[in-house]
Write a protein that binds this ligand. Structure first.
Ligand SMILES: Cc1ncc(C[n+]2csc(CCOP(=O)(O)OP(=O)(O)O)c2C)c(N)n1
Ligand SMILES: [Mg+2]
Length: 564
């Protein structure tokens, strides 16, 4: 039976009926009717953030950790524009987020009204779809459809802009179960893709004939939950597995076939393996420039098979011999059944032979020592959310990720400030396991106001700060490529222990590796949020490194001598 409700109540009801139970948001004039209705729907838990950017990142973190849609809410104008970085982040990393924004009343639109901004126009390039709802009778269907679009196929953000008077307007509401029509097969840039049957047949022929095969896997494997299928294919064919930054934890670190991360900060043997492979099976990755370096010299001997749900990714940056459009899980399952058993022992040996066992170049409190202590304290049962910079690369490479989807980071956009709010979303998706947000001193200062959210909402996120006194990754580039001119990269920090105390958050400062176990155990033991500052070497670098736009064959393995 349809019910007559205000637009604001329809918004709440449609969210509840679609199974949404948490919202991250911040109120304001144009979204007040929605906030007025919200207490009538106790099934919707609202997390009051301190900045709308954090609402979008938290919704994104929630989505990545839960596999469900994350929802954020903001008012018109500055509230809505503050969401933009978070929506762009979710768009680049294929994360299903729905943003609901208030808009000025219909009669005021187009008149430069107070807090009016064309948020649909501003977010058009970073959303999968967007709506301006002009009548309350459409709201129920729009919300159900937006949630479905966000998660259908390749996930991404969707925006719903609702004028204030539409929120106050009454209309009939009836619950909708939304089913999207199946997607038609689409041709890619350049070539028509083969049918799935033909693609599997051809891929099988290429994999069976390969002597130096590699699997390169990205976020698509995690989004599809194709862990078992990936492992089965790797093991049946003896194929080593490379995981991109967003593919980390799709295949267990420590598995004998796992090689590590490729690209700009990939290990030398991983990049060399790419340069020597004869067949690369790329699954759910974009072959972006941080992975390929100069595409002209990328994988010169390899025929590339690219499997992706989004056909527009296939052949976009690298030349592929075979493209297969499809869900990673379904395609991998078909391949596992079709391919022949292979060993490839000599190829695996050859790659292992390229591995360098580097002595740690860091002083006492090294990234390795911090990450080893974290691993030991948690037994690896935790989700790590990282920010952007040097610490992000160290954590990507050094933390042993053994459980699927336990590494969450802003890969495509590289948004500093992501970790702290995203970790709040991860906690709400996974309330029973520890969540560590690990940031640099720069990125932490971008969204550290969210400590107040954690206290007010009771979110026990553990905050780690890698404090090197620099915007370290930019400083490293200045050291390598700009003659050591450290222009605007030294960054002052407050006393983080005192700062945390001001929020009532227990905090530890660690200067020596001997202090690590107590600090980390202490932080894990407190029931609420906790903060640990790791005071690390100021000019530590991330090695190896491929020069931007350089070839994977030419790693930089040491800092240039001063004066170079
Ligand atoms: C929002 C945003 N602004 C600027 C950058 C450019 N940038 C990339 S890494 C980096 C330095 C990060 O410094 P910090 O957070 O201290 O981490 P560290 O590299 O020192 O580990 C900067 C400024 C960015 N990625 N995101
Ligand atoms: Mg730093």
């Amino acid at each position: 039976m349809p019910e007559r409700l205000t637009g604001a109540r329809i918004m709440c009801r449609a969210l509840v009926d679609a199974g949404v139970d948490v919202l991250f948001g911040y109120p304001g004039g144009a979204i007040m009717p929605f906030y007025h209705a919200l207490p009538e729907y106790p099934g919707l838990r609202h997390i009051l953030v301190r900045h709308e950017q954090a609402a979008a990142h938290a919704a994104d973190g929630y989505a990545r950790a839960s596999g469900r849609v994350g929802v954020c809410v903001a008012t018109s104008g500055p509230g809505a524009t503050n969401l933009v970085t978070g929506l762009a982040t979710a768009s680049m990393d294929s994360s299903p987020v729905v943003a609901i924004t208030g808009q000025v009343a219909r009669t005021m639109m187009g008149k430069d009204a107070f807090q009016e901004t064309d948020i649909v126009g501003i977010t058009l390039p970073v959303t999968k779809h967007s709506y301006l709802v002009e009548d309350a009778s459409e709201l129920g269907e729009v919300i159900a459809e937006a949630l479905a679009i966000a998660i259908d196929g390749r996930p991404g953000p969707v925006l719903i802009d609702v004028p204030k008077d539409v929120q106050n307007q009454e209309a009939e509401y009836e619950m909708r179960r939304f089913r999207l029509p199946g997607r038609p097969a689409v041709a890619t840039a350049g070539a028509q893709l083969p049918s799935l049957e033909d693609g599997i047949r051809e891929a099988t022929r290429m994999i069976d004939a390969a002597e130096r095969p590699l699997l390169m896997v990205g976020h698509g494997v995690i989004l599809a939950g194709a862990y078992a299928e990936l492992r089965a294919l790797a093991e049946k064919t003896g194929t080593p597995v490379i995981t991109t930054l967003l593919g980390i934890s799709a295949f267990a670190d420590g598995h004998p076939l796992h090689l590590g991360m490729p690209g700009m900060h990939g290990e030398v043997h991983v990049n060399r393996a790419i340069q020597q492979a004869d067949v690369i099976i790329g699954v759910g990755l974009r072959f972006d420039d941080r992975v390929t370096g100069n595409t002209a010299s990328f994988a010169p001997r390899a025929k590339i098979i690219h499997i992706d749900l989004d056909p527009t990714e296939i052949g976009r940056t690298v030349k592929v011999a075979l493209g297969i459009e499809g869900d990673a899980r379904k395609v991998l399952r078909r391949l596992v059944a079709a391919v022949a058993v292979r060993e490839h022992g000599a190829w695996q040996e050859e790659i292992r032979g390229l591995e360098r066992h580097r002595e740690s170049v860091y002083q006492d409190l090294s990234p390795e020592s911090i990450l080893t202590a974290l691993q030991e304290a948690t037994g690896g049962v935790c989700t790590i959310v990282t920010d952007v910079g040097q610490h992000q690369m160290w954590i990507a490479k050094l933390f042993p990720y053994r459980r699927p989807n336990t590494h969450i980071t802003s890969g495509g956009l590289g948004s500093m400030g992501f970790a702290v709010p995203a970790a709040m979303g991860v906690h709400l998706a996974r309330p029973n396991e520890p969540v560590w947000s690990l940031s640099g001193d720069g990125g932490f200062q971008m969204n550290m106001a969210e400590m107040a959210t954690m206290v007010q909402e009771g979110l026990p996120v553990k905050l780690g700060i890698f404090n090197n006194g620099y915007l370290g990754m930019v400083r490293q580039w200045q050291q390598f490529f700009h003659g050591r001119r450290y222009s605007c990269t030294p960054i002052w920090s407050p006393d983080y222990v005192k700062l945390a105390e001001a929020y009532g958050i227990p905090a530890w400062r660690v200067r020596h590796s001997s202090e690590l176990p107590d600090a980390i155990a202490g932080a894990n033991a407190v029931p609420g949020p906790a903060l640990v500052e790791f005071v690390i070497e100021q000019e530590a670098n991330v090695f190896p490194m491929i020069r931007p736009g350089g070839s994977l064959s030419e790693p930089i393995e040491a800092a240039p001598a001063a004066g170079d």
